[in-house]
Design a protein around this ligand. Structure first.
Ligand SMILES: *[C@@H]1O[C@H](CO)[C@@H](O)[C@H](O)[C@H]1NC(C)=O
Ligand SMILES: *[C@@H]1O[C@H](CO)[C@@H](O)[C@H](O)[C@H]1NC(C)=O
Ligand SMILES: *[C@@H]1O[C@H](CO)[C@@H](O)[C@H](O)[C@H]1NC(C)=O
Ligand SMILES: *[C@@H]1O[C@H](CO)[C@@H](O)[C@H](O)[C@H]1NC(C)=O
Ligand SMILES: *[C@@H]1O[C@H](CO)[C@@H](O)[C@H](O)[C@H]1NC(C)=O
Ligand SMILES: *[C@@H]1O[C@H](CO)[C@@H](O)[C@H](O)[C@H]1NC(C)=O
Ligand SMILES: *[C@@H]1O[C@H](CO)[C@@H](O)[C@H](O)[C@H]1NC(C)=O
Ligand SMILES: *[C@@H]1O[C@H](CO)[C@@H](O)[C@H](O)[C@H]1NC(C)=O
Ligand SMILES: *[C@@H]1O[C@H](CO)[C@@H](O)[C@H](O)[C@H]1NC(C)=O
Ligand SMILES: *[C@@H]1O[C@H](CO)[C@@H](O)[C@H](O)[C@H]1NC(C)=O
Ligand SMILES: *[C@@H]1O[C@H](CO)[C@@H](O)[C@H](O)[C@H]1NC(C)=O
Ligand SMILES: *[C@@H]1O[C@H](CO)[C@@H](O)[C@H](O)[C@H]1NC(C)=O
Ligand SMILES: [Cu+2]
Length: 619
């Protein structure tokens, strides 16, 4: 059930100016405001609309076109931004959209113009990149049509998949990132949408080959996808054409795109189910009223039967679905040479001193700097701009040299899967391990042969406790985020920053004035190092820091004791009643006091005797 049956209409102009090379300028005026919508028919809620509409307008352009989005933030109570997911922004890194990376947050009432050309083909999307905002509905497809598409088809259609929450992110966030959720359990969606609605019927003609683009614009949950009675042939992933490859079932994680060809039957006596199944492996609990399996329809004839689907996918076994690492790129671009620069990161999730669960690459949880990293690049002297240090200790920034080959090894020391996304590039997928029960990092001295030619894409899933190896050439000067696209995990800090060819960037880039004005409006400095120091770029005093580690010896049990204690305080006892102290060491107990004090929770003083008298371990 869509919010409005009217077609998304750009109230202000969509102008097409044909230039001498036949590339068009496509101008979109986006006034971002709250609107109401009830896409699952269960609950009406506020969503982020554009020009009073939701679902949002689709951006559809041809390769080579210039896109101009004049965004007005008409939300009275939220900052805003737009990231154009998968667009390389070659020569226009300042248009990429992630807040505090390439721009400042656009304040309520503020404006920003995104202006860039699109020199790539395929299936993309756009979404907000500030404050976990896009699950509030601020996301939609961005399609780049290709007049020289290498495969035959008759019709070009797309659908989006997503998870859906009934509450706004701002009301979910505090309880998610809180000491009441010490395991970091992700919020469970309330439902799943197919093209921003449910139970939809896609009219199809018989005897016709469709190019179907599938985009997961969700915040968290991957979905399996298949069409009963129809074979699919994959021809594109994340904007990269592939050798046509048959697939029965796709596994589409958030932010990933697949384009498939399928040919309809030559009879119209029945309709066929399009089946989506949410990957319940990602959910910590499955509420009994959450529907994971959904059926939409290829409608051959509205009067023919719509039979219920026979759901055959076994979500406990990812191997049922197509393994994207085996795809071959259509252009056969070969494996890049051995890397000039190698980055290895271990993924983990853990609690810090405030009892909250964060996500880490090599023990660093991304903590935004005081100056957007791109503005640090642009304001630094050339003699210091290649030094990682000026970007701060908690932004996890790596400086890459122009045109070097970069290899990134991701070792997933976590029992969940993570869809990792690199801005500004597609990357070659050299190898990816299966899921393991125990943490299994990549072993450079003992690995399977690297794929050659390797598939390229911009979002790759790391399997639980497994690893992957990717490579790309640093040929796109810019500031690019690499992060988990599960919006909850990004919020927990699962991100790092690549400052690519900063010297070339300084020489070629001119950030438009209106982007500086965006910073002024929110009182964020647009010059200086990560701490906002523009005199001494190596003086990081005052930089934003991550919360300190829990001390050695502090156990998960300590956190549980804290949480139960806090909940007891919450349930009306006024102050904390300490639970489970007898199981804890004295240092843990002191830490509980410290955390409770930090969180402003009243409590009785802890008597050390309570601890030792009850046989607690002491370190
Ligand atoms: C944006 O939309 C709101 C709500 O319709 C309207 O009040 C406001 O004037 C619009 N702003 C602009 C700049 O179009
Ligand atoms: C917008 O961002 C600025 C700078 O980080 C911050 O001070 C302000 O509180 C934010 N506004 C909202 C509505 O979140
Ligand atoms: C967009 O960028 C192009 C190239 O820099 C420039 O000529 C044009 O004036 C810009 N348009 C807007 C609306 O900013
Ligand atoms: C886009 O498609 C055309 C024609 O198929 C191809 O020549 C071109 O290389 C593609 N561009 C990119 C950036 O992949
Ligand atoms: C499922 O039940 C819970 C608890 O009653 C309720 O909060 C939630 O809205 C329900 N969800 C759906 C999709 O009906
Ligand atoms: C999916 O929804 C968008 C609008 O949100 C629409 O443009 C598109 O045609 C829909 N896809 C299909 C297959 O109906
Ligand atoms: C799908 O492909 C399989 C294997 O190539 C073939 O046996 C089957 O007939 C195809 N089904 C349809 C509906 O085309
Ligand atoms: C499909 O094509 C076949 C052969 O080209 C033709 O015999 C048949 O009538 C067509 N079916 C429909 C429903 O158009
Ligand atoms: C969804 O499909 C799976 C796999 O067949 C099945 O086990 C599960 O019961 C189904 N769930 C719902 C809610 O239909
Ligand atoms: C679904 O299963 C039923 C019973 O096994 C079978 O009769 C029917 O043909 C199946 N439908 C499809 C589309 O496979
Ligand atoms: C992360 O911290 C752990 C525990 O303090 C330490 O053993 C490990 O070496 C650190 N890892 C990295 C990559 O810094
Ligand atoms: C190399 O890796 C394989 C597969 O993971 C493993 O079975 C084997 O024991 C490893 N060999 C060495 C020498 O580590
Ligand atoms: Cu993740």
């Amino acid at each position: 059930m869509k919010a409005s049956s009217a077609l998304p209409l750009l109230t202000a102009g969509l102008s097409l100016l044909v230039s001498s090379v036949s590339a068009a300028v496509r101008t979109y005026d986006f006034n971002v405001t709250w609107v109401n919508a009830n896409p699952d028919g269960l609950h009406e809620r506020q969503v982020v609309g554009i020009n009073g509409q939701w679902p949002l307008p689709v951006i559809e352009v041809d390769k080579g076109d210039r896109i101009i989005v004049n965004m007005h933030n008409g939300l009275p109570d939220r900052n805003a931004s737009i990231h154009f997911h998968g667009i390389f922004q070659n020569g226009s890194t300042e248009m990429d959209g992630p807040v505090m990376v390439t721009q400042c947050p656009v304040a309520p009432g503020g404006d920003i113009t995104y202006n860039f050309t699109v020199d790539q083909n395929g299936t993309y999307w756009y979404h907000s990149h500030v404050d976990s905002q896009y699950p509030d509905g601020y996301r939609q497809a961005l399609i780049v049509h290709d007049k020289t598409f290498p495969f035959d088809y008759d019709e070009d259609i797309f659908v989006t998949l997503s998870d859906w929450y009934h509450e706004t992110i701002e009301s979910i966030d505090p309880s998610f990132l809180s000491l009441y959720n010490p395991s970091g359990a992700e919020p469970i969606p309330d439902s799943f949408l197919f093209n921003d609605t449910q139970n939809s019927k896609i009219p199809v003609k018989p005897n016709t080959t469709y190019m179907l683009r599938i985009i997961n614009i969700g915040a968290f949950v991957a979905q399996y996808f298949y069409i009963e009675g129809h074979n699919m042939t994959i021809v594109e992933v994340d904007g990269v054409y592939t050798e046509p490859t048959p697939a029965d079932i796709l596994y589409v994680h958030v932010a990933q795109r697949y384009t498939v060809l399928f040919t309809t039957k030559d009879t119209t006596d029945t309709n066929y189910a399009i089946v989506t199944v949410a990957d319940s492996d990602l959910l910590d609990t499955i509420p009994p009223n959450l529907t994971l399996n959904h059926t939409n329809w290829l409608e051959y004839d509205s009067k023919a039967p719509f039979n219920e689907a026979n759901i055959t996918v076994d979500t406990s076994d990812d191997l049922d679905a197509f393994d994207d690492s085996t795809l071959i790129p259509y252009d056969h671009q070969e494996l890049l040479p051995d890397p000039d620069y190698e980055i290895t990161v271990n993924v983990s999730m853990n609690n810090l001193l405030n009892g909250i669960n964060y996500a880490f690459f090599n023990n660093i949880t991304y903590t935004a700097p005081k100056v957007p990293t791109l503005f640090t690049v642009m304001s630094a002297n050339e003699s210091v701009v290649e030094d990682d240090a000026i970007y701060g200790d908690f932004t996890h920034t790596f400086v890459l040299k122009h045109n070097e080959v970069v290899q990134l090894v991701v070792n997933n020391n976590d029992g969940g899967s993570h869809p990792f996304h690199l801005h500004g590039h597609t990357f070659q997928v050299l190898s990816r391990s299966p899921e393991y029960d125990d943490f299994t990092p990549f072993d450079p001295n003992n690995h399977t042969d690297f794929n050659d030619p390797p598939i390229r894409r911009d979002v790759l899933v790391a399997h639980p406790n497994g690893n992957f190896v990717i490579r790309f050439a640093a040929n796109n000067p810019g500031v690019w985020l690499f992060h988990c696209h599960i919006e909850w995990h990004l919020f927990q800090g699962l991100a790092l920053v690549l400052v690519e060819a900063p010297v070339q960037l300084q020489q070629t880039l001119q950030i438009p004035d209106d982007h500086y004005a965006v910073c002024d409006k929110v009182n964020v400095s647009s010059k200086g190092n990560a701490a906002g120091n523009s005199i001494d770029f190596f003086d990081l005093s005052g930089q934003n820091k991550q919360v300190p580690d829990l001390p050695n010896g502090f156990t998960a049990r300590g956190i549980v004791a804290l949480v139960f204690s806090c909940i007891s305080a919450f349930l009306g006892m006024g102050a904390i009643v300490w639970y489970g102290l007898s199981d804890l060491s004295l240092s843990e107990v002191r830490m509980l006091e410290h955390i409770a004090d930090d969180a402003g929770i009243e409590h009785e003083p802890i008597d050390p005797d309570d601890v030792s008298n009850h046989g607690g371990r002491d370190d």
